[in-house]
Design a protein around this ligand. Structure first.
Ligand SMILES: CC(C)(COP(=O)(O)OP(=O)(O)OC[C@H]1O[C@@H](n2cnc3c(N)ncnc32)[C@H](O)[C@@H]1OP(=O)(O)O)[C@@H](O)C(=O)NCCC(=O)NCCS
Length: 332
């Protein structure tokens, strides 16, 4: 399940697993000889032998529990933690977040938010991570989307987000199975504070290398998070936010098509309101306005990938190229 590679890093096979049969004891992390490997995910010493998504972590200061939020009170607590650490434009309303975490989404091409959290000795939530898994269009597999991540200030840097990331990915492998496909890509937007963390967890940044050698960062546009159902337009104050994008292909080549599929998955999840939810004088026109917002974002994203070759770079690889004189542009 996990092993050390030649550099001594812990590696975990995770991608392309067979779906566990109902009632099977086979852990979904067990690879079926597939090529994909995720680096540096589990600090095996701090997690029990079975490495389940929900587990106990042992630190010098005592035991901490990783759990999946399945009731309203835990989901609320996690939201409050996110809201303390993220900007209002970066996070949806609490009511919507709760719906997204607790609604039954069976039969849809996505699962609800999976909100894993670390619970301290006194029962307090000290770190949380909300993610979900969406089937990409065009038979491209499933994409893992990171939504919100936060660790309380006094617990930052002790590896809780690393552990939550591992748990969320294990869950995502299962969720991709339940959606009838396999996990192919992790995609997330990130703050400057999050950038170094995700880099340490194996994610890279996509760039378009122009014919003149200039590298242009591919940024991701977070769609508006709230809409006026009478008009189909974003609610007042709800805007798109341009953010740095980080991805992981789990050992497989990340292509432009895969990125387009991943961003399409993000838009499918964020823009999943049904036509009968719209009101106003002409609900079907409002719905058309709403849909056009997402199709426009997808078109713009695909356009940003034109004009050169897609390359994925770690922060260090970018720094090395810059040192050698390569020009980078961050159009954020
Ligand atoms: C970003 C954040 C979630 C990281 O959580 P965390 O629990 O401190 O992260 P971890 O301790 O698990 O660290 C994981 C890896 O990232 C590295 N890392 C974490 N924060 C870092 C920083 N600011 N600079 C450099 N590396 C950092 C750690 O060193 C560790 O790598 P290593 O074990 O190989 O050394 C946390 O700092 C936070 O809540 N920030 C404010 C909210 C935010 O920006 N959220 C992210 C949105 S994308």
């Amino acid at each position: 399940m996990s092993r050390r590679n030649r550099e001594g890093e812990v590696t975990v096979d995770i991608g392309f697993v067979a779906c566990p049969s109902p009632g099977s004891q086979v852990h979904p992390m067990i690879s079926k000889g597939a090529p994909a490997t995720i680096r540096c995910l589990l600090d095996v010493c701090s997690r029990d032998q079975n490495a389940q998504p929900e587990c106990v972590l042992t630190r010098d200061t005592g035991e901490y529990h990783i759990e999946l939020a399945t009731d309203v009170s835990r989901v609320n607590d996690c939201y409050d933690l996110f809201a303390r650490h993220l900007l209002p434009t970066e996070i949806e309303r609490k009511g919507r977040f709760k719906e997204n975490a607790l609604l039954d989404m069976s039969g849809k091409p996505y699962v609800p938010y999976r909100v894993f959290y670390v619970r301290g000795r006194g029962g307090e939530i000290v770190a949380a991570y909300a993610t979900n898994t969406v089937r990409m269009r065009g038979n491209r597999g499933a994409v893992f989307l990171g939504a919100y991540a936060a660790t309380s200030r006094q617990y930052q840097g002790v590896g809780f987000m690393r552990e939550l990331y591992a748990s969320a990915l294990m869950q995502s492998v299962r969720d991709a199975c339940s959606l009838g496909t396999t996990l192919q890509l992790a995609l997330g937007e990130c703050t400057e504070a999050g950038r170094r963390t995700w880099a340490r967890l194996g994610r890279k940044e996509p760039y378009i290398r122009r014919p003149d050698g200039t590298h242009v960062a591919v940024y991701v546009v977070q769609p508006p998070l709230s809409f006026n159902l009478a008009t189909g337009l974003p609610s007042t104050g709800a805007t798109t936010v341009n953010e740095r994008m980080m991805v992981d292909g789990f050992g497989s080549k990340v292509t432009k098509d895969l990125l387009i599929g991943g961003f399409g998955g993000l838009c499918d999840w964020t823009g999943r309101r049904e036509s009968d939810e719209f009101a106003g004088d002409n609900p079907s026109a409002s719905y058309a306005v709403y849909r056009s917002c997402f199709s426009g974002l997808e078109r713009d994203f695909a356009t940003r990938l034109n004009g050169g070759t897609l390359v994925l770079l770690s922060i260090d690889e970018r720094a090395a190229l810059e040192f050698m004189g390569v020009t980078f542009r961050d159009p954020l």
